[in-house]
Structures are given as C-alpha cells and as structure tokens.
Design a binder for this molecule. Structure first.
Ligand SMILES: NC(=O)c1ccc[n+]([C@@H]2O[C@H](COP(=O)([O-])OP(=O)(O)OC[C@H]3O[C@@H](n4cnc5c(N)ncnc54)[C@H](OP(=O)(O)O)[C@@H]3O)[C@@H](O)[C@H]2O)c1
Length: 372
C-alpha cells in the first residue's frame, strides 16, 4: 500500500452509518495516514457509536449541510443510499469538501453530470467509490489488456448476483431508494467493460421487473465500435457465477469469483491460431497421404488431437492476491494520493467514465421499456 505516513493525516468524514460505511471505516484503519474525524448520521447516538467503533475522534453531524461546512474535514466518503448521492455530494462539494461517493455515483447520467459540474465549480476532488478499479488484480487485468497480451478484445462476459432477502422497503427493492439489480450490482460489470473497452456504440438490455417495481434480473448486450461485444448480467435474487472473462484474438483472461474483488486471475495466450488442419493435397500418393485424406482421420486430428495439442501448448499464467481487510483501502489510498498531489480527479476512475457508465445504464432502461 503506497500511502505516506510522513504527511499529516488526511481527515475523513463518513456520511451514513450503514453496512458499507462500516466496512470502509474498518479498512481506513489500515492506512496510517488516514484519520476518521467526523460522521454524518441522522441519529446522534448512532453517529457516536460509529465513531467509537472505528477509533474516530471528532464530531457527529446530523445535517449534511453542517458536515459540509466542517473545516476539520478534508474529504467526505458518501455512503448513503443511491437516491441521496446527488444531494449529499453537491452539499459537501459546495461546502468545500472533497468527495468519494459510493457506487452507483447517482441514479442516472443527468444526476452524475450535476455532481461533476458541482465538483468542477467548487474546484474540489470528486470520485466514484468504484473500489474494483483500484484492486491490485484488476490493475493487472487492465495492464494485460492494454499491453495487447490477449490481442484485440472480442468478447467480455461478467455477472454479479447473490440472493438478497426480499424487503420492499430496503434500498435493494425500494424504487424510491434507487433499488434494482442494475444500479446495485450491474454497475460493476458495466464499469469493468468501460475500463477495458470504452463506451459502447449499441446497447440492448432486458430486465425481469419484480413485484416492488425494480429490476431483479437484467442482462445487457453491448457492442463496441471495434466489433467487440460484452454480455453482462446482474441479479438480486439468484446466485450467479460472479466471474468475468475477457476473450481476445490471441488469448483470454478469466477473473475468478468475485471478479470485482478477485483473489485469482488467469491469463492464457493461444500459441497458434485456432482452426482446422490444412486439407491434404489430393491426387495419388502413398498410404500416409491416403490416411491423411481419410475423413475419419481428419476428424480425429481436427476435433481431438489439435485441440489437445493446443491445450498442452497453452501458455497460462496465474496471478493470485490475498489482500488484507475488505479491499476498500485501495480506493481510499488513491483519494489521499490525489488530494496530496492537488488533483481534482483520479485518472483510474474519472468523472467522465462514471458518467459514461450511467449513460449506458440510462440506455439499458430505455431498451427495457421499448422491448416487447
Ligand atoms: N462498494 C461496495 O462494496 C458497496 C457495498 C454495499 C453498498 N454500497 C453502496 O453504498 C451505499 C449505501 O449502501 P449500504 O448497504 O451501506 O446501505 P445501508 O446499510 O442502508 O446504509 C445507508 C445509510 O445511509 C444513511 N441514510 C441517510 N439517509 C437515508 C435514507 N433516506 N434511508 C436510509 N438510509 C439513509 C443511514 O445512516 P444514518 O441512519 O446513520 O443516517 C444508513 O445507515 C449504496 O449506494 C450502495 O450501493 C457499496
């Protein structure tokens, strides 16, 4: 972890005291140059308990406007439900705080653009907390793809789904809180595809809408100007494989479950082009060439021997990584590096990339509406 304890600590506030706020605050303790100095909670006692639990010393603010004006805070980690992100982020930015906002950054691209504009107006750092992009093995995958290690990418598949107990009031199933699989989980496959393939030129999606009115299962088929495709699925109800595969012209990469915070990645480079053996020349010849022309022998060679040889000759390399904590420390460390450098964005998760992902989300929702 490249953080720098020789500097004064970066002073963090956490807005919201829910599940992810706790996981993030726990990982913040792994960074010696980070300090938890404030919490935003609608409930004073809950806020105090949160500070106590995570070794923070400082204030509890019950109103986001007060947190935003707290000059003892350098950066606010926004961990409220998605439907609150726009208002919470803009309040913090206008109050003079840098912002790291949980995924999905907003519920649609218009909201995301409004936050980005507020950040630019205020001259404050702002980033989506798409922690996957800062995971060391995802960095390895990005570097492999960008260096041409699998040739040109032709297909990306990724899915993210775990059964979630049904509660129509919860942020997962409640439309008013931005519920649905696409916003909660689908943004991970989409952000991976955006990282590796850029923006799609065509977007088609289908969704199964549940009784509370949110998408419980959705699949996207994205097409890129290069001709590459991505097939991405997310679910609130089913356990999916939670893997990703990137298939290129010269190799492939498999990111094992959970692909958004992987422990294991394998890269395979094909050692020869895939295809049938060249046909044997016709005409008379000895028994060897007659044998090579035999349909049965050719089928055995093409369907069994050559694939087997390719498998044996395959150049496969695996990368394994067991990171301490939950893996949220990498995004926090990036925020601190950027703040110290005086940067307003991270090149790894730019605001434009975040907006582009939400534009795809919008296009998918439009596609659901126009499907028969
Ligand atoms: N990066 C990840 O791995 C990850 C994982 C899970 C969730 N997330 C994201 O993080 C955000 C929060 O998710 P979560 O699972 O932590 O949710 P959660 O457990 O419901 O917590 C959200 C917190 O926000 C505060 N809050 C403020 N206004 C609220 C409102 N109107 N309704 C409910 N809570 C409100 C609450 O804290 P107070 O009561 O103290 O005010 C609440 O505890 C979501 O956008 C989600 O997508 C990210």
């Amino acid at each position: 972890m490249t953080t720098d304890a020789s500097h004064p600590p970066v002073r963090w506030a956490v807005l919201g005291t829910g599940a992810i706020a706790r996981a993030f605050a726990e990982d913040l303790r792994l960074l010696p140059d980070a300090a938890l100095v404030a919490v935003g909670s609608r409930d004073l006692e809950r806020g105090k308990a949160f500070l106590d639990a995570f070794g923070g010393r400082g204030k509890v603010h019950q109103r986001v406007e007060d947190l935003a004006r707290d000059d003892d805070v350098d950066v606010v980690y926004v961990a409220t439900p998605h439907s609150r992100h726009k208002a919470d982020c803009i309040a913090c930015l206008e109050g003079g705080r840098a912002v790291l906002c949980e995924k999905p950054f907003a519920v649609d691209a218009d909201e995301a653009r409004a936050i980005a504009e507020a950040a630019r107006r205020a001259g404050k750092f702002c980033m989506e907390a798409m922690w996957m992009r800062f995971h060391p093995l995802i960095t390895t995958v990005r570097d492999l793809v960008q260096s041409g290690a699998i040739g040109r990418v032709r297909l990306l598949t990724a899915d993210f789904g775990y059964p979630t107990s049904y509660d129509p009031q919860s942020r997962f199933f409640n439309p008013a809180l931005g519920g649905g699989a696409l916003l909660d989980r689908g943004v991970y496959p989409l952000s991976l595809a955006q990282l590796l393939l850029g923006s799609p030129s065509d977007v088609v999606g289908r969704a199964a809408i549940g009784t509370s009115g949110v998408d419980e299962l959705e699949t996207a088929l994205l097409t890129y100007p290069t001709g590459a495709q991505a097939v991405l699925t997310s679910s609130l109800r089913s356990r999916l494989r939670n893997e990703a595969q990137i298939i290129g012209t010269e190799g492939s990469i498999r990111i094992a479950e959970p692909f958004f915070a992987p422990h294991h990645v394998s890269w395979t480079r094909h050692s020869e082009p895939v295809g049938p053996a060249p046909a044997a020349k016709s005409g008379p010849g000895g028994w060897k060439s007659r044998l090579r022309r035999s349909p049965l022998v050719r089928r055995v060679v093409n369907d069994v021997a050559r694939p087997l040889l390719r498998t044996l000759k395959r150049d496969t390399k695996t990368f394994a990584e067991h990171v301490p904590g939950g893996g949220y420390q990498f995004e926090a460390a990036e925020v601190m590096r950027r703040l110290r450098a005086g940067d307003l964005e991270s090149p790894i998760m730019t605001l434009d990339d975040t907006i582009a992902v939400l534009e795809t989300v919008d296009a998918l929702r439009k596609s659901w509406r126009t499907s028969g």
